[in-house]
Design a protein around this ligand. Structure first.
Ligand code: SF4
Length: 288
């Protein structure tokens, strides 16, 4: 097996371009389905038509789907022989190149100075998650998550008497519906919710974000969670909030629930809200 930073920089750049400009087909199909359900000439239909026109334009012109580049999250599975520092350097070089090309807007701000770093790189940006995989191949996934949707992510600690939510799936259901109601279309609805039951505060959010890599309609392998996902999608779409909060039949495109073990003293429900512009793609990079 041979490896060079250059060998993977180009595929990383392709992954970034695809993620930034090409909405995954399952998300686009979910928007089409929402449009088919919407009342003709309603604000909901108009909003969905605008989103779908934007999707087609971005794809054909290879332009960013949204002006908000979002936080870049790489999830990389690589063989143990490949040094992660070199892989990270290749991915970061690709991010800088994509910024130079205008595929990513300059969107990374130094939190102490308030200055834009100019190339989407800086301490903590992008985010990298690593897994060890089989020899001979690198699997890379990328998500771009916008600030508007990140701002309406939330976390609950159960029990919560204000929601009448105990430490069970009924309590989880109450949290999810509360989060959607509070968002009220902010975060560029219709959204996709990644939910994590358990973990600690940090890993709960991490797990909830990981769920957003699942395809729309891919149900949990746990029957009780799959049932809850379907029930919550139906209930959320009866709230009438609709795309961008304009009212309508589709407030969420899907709800994806995962879990982690927890401490006896804690029961967190962490909710990551993803906007309709759900930019995530994966790529396999073979190593010759
Ligand atoms: S929330 Fe999503 S669609 Fe809205 S501005 Fe941010 S990235 Fe764009």
């Amino acid at each position: 097996m041979s490896f060079s930073q250059y060998h993977v920089q180009k595929p990383f750049l392709e992954l970034i371009v695809k993620t930034s400009t090409d909405l995954p087909e399952d998300v686009e199909q979910a928007l089409q389905d929402a449009l088919a359900r919407a009342d003709q000439d309603s604000p909901e239909a108009e909003a969905l038509e605008t989103m779908l026109a934007n999707v087609a334009l971005a794809r054909s012109k290879r332009l960013p789907l949204c002006q908000d580049t979002g936080m870049l999250l790489f999830d990389i599975t690589s063989p143990p022989e490949i040094p992660r520092t070199e892989l990270q350097a290749a991915a970061e070089a690709a991010v800088a190149e994509a910024t130079e090309l205008g595929v990513l807007r300059q969107n990374c701000v130094n939190s102490l100075t308030g200055k834009n770093t100019g190339n989407n790189l800086g301490y903590g940006c992008p985010i990298f998650h690593w897994q060890e995989g089989e020899p001979g191949v690198i699997q890379a996934a990328l998500m771009l998550k916008g600030g508007g949707s990140e701002n309406v992510c939330t976390q609950y600690s159960l029990p919560d008497s204000s929601l009448n939510a105990g430490r069970d799936l009924d309590g989880v259901r109450a949290c999810v519906l509360d989060a959607i109601w509070r968002a009220q279309g902010r975060g560029c609805a219709p959204g996709i919710l990644g939910v994590a039951i358990g973990g600690d505060r940090a890993t709960g959010y991490e797990e909830s974000k990981r769920q957003l890599f699942r395809r729309i309609g891919q149900r949990s392998p746990h029957p009780e969670l799959a049932q809850l996902e379907e029930r919550l999608v139906a209930e959320a779409n009866q709230l009438g909030i609709g795309p961008m909060g304009f009212g309508g039949k589709t407030t969420v495109l899907d709800i994806l629930i995962g879990w982690r073990c927890r401490l006896p003293a804690s029961y967190f429900v962490s909710i990551s809200y993803m906007c309709w512009c759900c930019r995530r793609q994966t790529m396999t990079i073979p190593l010759q």
